[in-house]
Design a binder for this molecule. Structure first.
Ligand SMILES: [Zn+2]
Length: 388
């Protein structure tokens, strides 16, 4: 039975990746195909950067051939989530798996130039430590991103970033292909991908709302396994929904009483400081909550109740299978309990008896998994069209 080009490409890739046949001659023998056919396939895969040539094979009598290796042995995508006060970065392989995750402090208010330069320095360092080469970069940002252009649109906690064309700034440092996303939207994709690939795939939801509750609060809707983008790609930015307990508190967006002014980690720290309980960072805040500090736990639970108030209408309207809560605040059970209590008070029983409300499984790495999945899907679609 004759095989199509993509099938032969796939067979060759598999032999090279598993090491079962790593020279043109061995591949031709194993697949029982003409050496000229295999030579053509290998040239195409080399040109596409999917495989690479290593040293020479040991001669077994005939002319030694080049050893072929999968290119993703050393090519990695730098995936990075930039927050208000720190970054998480890691390296993703072409299978969409993220490794070598580390974190460093930053101040997002330092502006795009300085933040992106630092990111490249850290990425280069990580690649050097792991003996890998960067082949692309994915960045998740804590504000709305117009995904058609990678431009930041009206962020509330990113001074100096409004209207910033992030791929253009990356272009000043490197020619690597770049993907720029909003942290909550790509976090939702990451949560889906993580559940799909993990042994916990029985907990895979096709329709769910993902919340990222950290310094600011973002959300995303996943429909049939795909993130709903909305106009300009900025759907889900619930941080400026007005809530009762927000009263007349001024918000950075110019309005008053936004969810951000009450339920974000920044707002919680501000309120606690006013009560005489200052916390220097979100990490300190979460540590105090996990330690059982009653003032902190009460304040975080109350923030969860307010978040429930802000999304109750979305839950009633969309009736999703699940609400998955991620971000820094989700580490505190009282936060998720507050959301649950609030939704039970506001939504119909018929919705609440079915909906699953739980913590994110991908945790703090959600956005990194999402970026890796997005980049890996793009790369694989490129491979599958090679032989078409
Ligand atoms: Zn606002």
């Amino acid at each position: 039975m004759s095989r199509t080009k993509p099938q032969v490409d796939g067979d060759v890739l598999e032999l090279v990746a598993t090491g079962r046949a790593t020279t043109r001659a061995a591949i031709a023998r194993t697949l029982n195909l003409a050496p000229s056919t295999i030579s053509g396939v290998v040239s195409r895969l080399l040109e596409a950067g999917v495989i690479q040539e290593g040293g020479e094979s040991e001669s077994t009598g005939g002319r030694p051939g080049s050893i072929l290796l999968p290119a993703h042995n050393h090519h990695r995508t730098l995936v990075a989530e930039l927050g208000a006060h720190h970054a998480r970065i890691g390296l993703a392989d072409q299978g969409g798996t993220v490794a070598n995750i580390c974190r460093y402090d930053l101040d997002i208010a330092d502006g795009p130039q300085k933040i992106i330069r630092e990111l490249f320095n850290r990425g280069d360092e990580l690649a050097m430590q792991t003996g890998t080469t960067l082949a692309g970069i994915g960045i998740a940002l804590p504000g709305p991103v117009d995904t058609s252009s990678g431009t930041v649109v009206g962020p509330s906690r990113m001074p100096g970033w409004n209207g910033c064309d992030v791929p253009a700034i990356v272009g000043e440092f490197s020619e690597l292909p770049t993907l720029v996303e909003n942290d909550a939207q790509i976090g939702a994709r990451g949560e889906y991908a993580y559940r799909l690939h993990s042994s916990q795939s029985d907990a895979l939801f096709q329709d769910f709302i993902y919340i990222k509750a950290g310094s600011a609060i973002g959300a995303a809707l996943v429909q049939n396994g795909n993130v709903y983008r909305g106009a300009r790609g900025i759907a889900g930015d619930i941080t400026h929904v007005r809530v009762e307990s927000g009263g007349h508190r001024p918000c950075q967006c110019g309005n008053t009483g936004c969810l951000d002014t009450v339920a974000s980690a920044e707002a919680i720290r501000k309120d606690l400081a006013a009560l005489g309980f200052p916390f220097g960072s979100n990490d300190e805040l979460i540590a105090a909550a996990l330690d059982g500090n009653p003032e902190v736990v009460t304040m975080i639970r109350s923030a969860g109740v307010t978040l429930g108030e802000a999304i109750a209408r979305n839950i009633s309207f969309l009736a999703p299978e699940a609400l998955v809560v991620g971000g820094t605040l989700s580490a505190v059970d009282a936060f998720v309990a507050g959301v649950r209590q609030s939704l039970h008070e506001r939504c119909l029983h018929v919705i609440m008896e079915r909906i699953v409300i739980e913590n994110s499984l991908s945790g703090m790495d959600a956005a990194l998994w999402g970026l890796a999945d997005a980049i890996c899907t793009t790369a694989n679609s490129h491979i599958s069209t090679l032989g078409a």
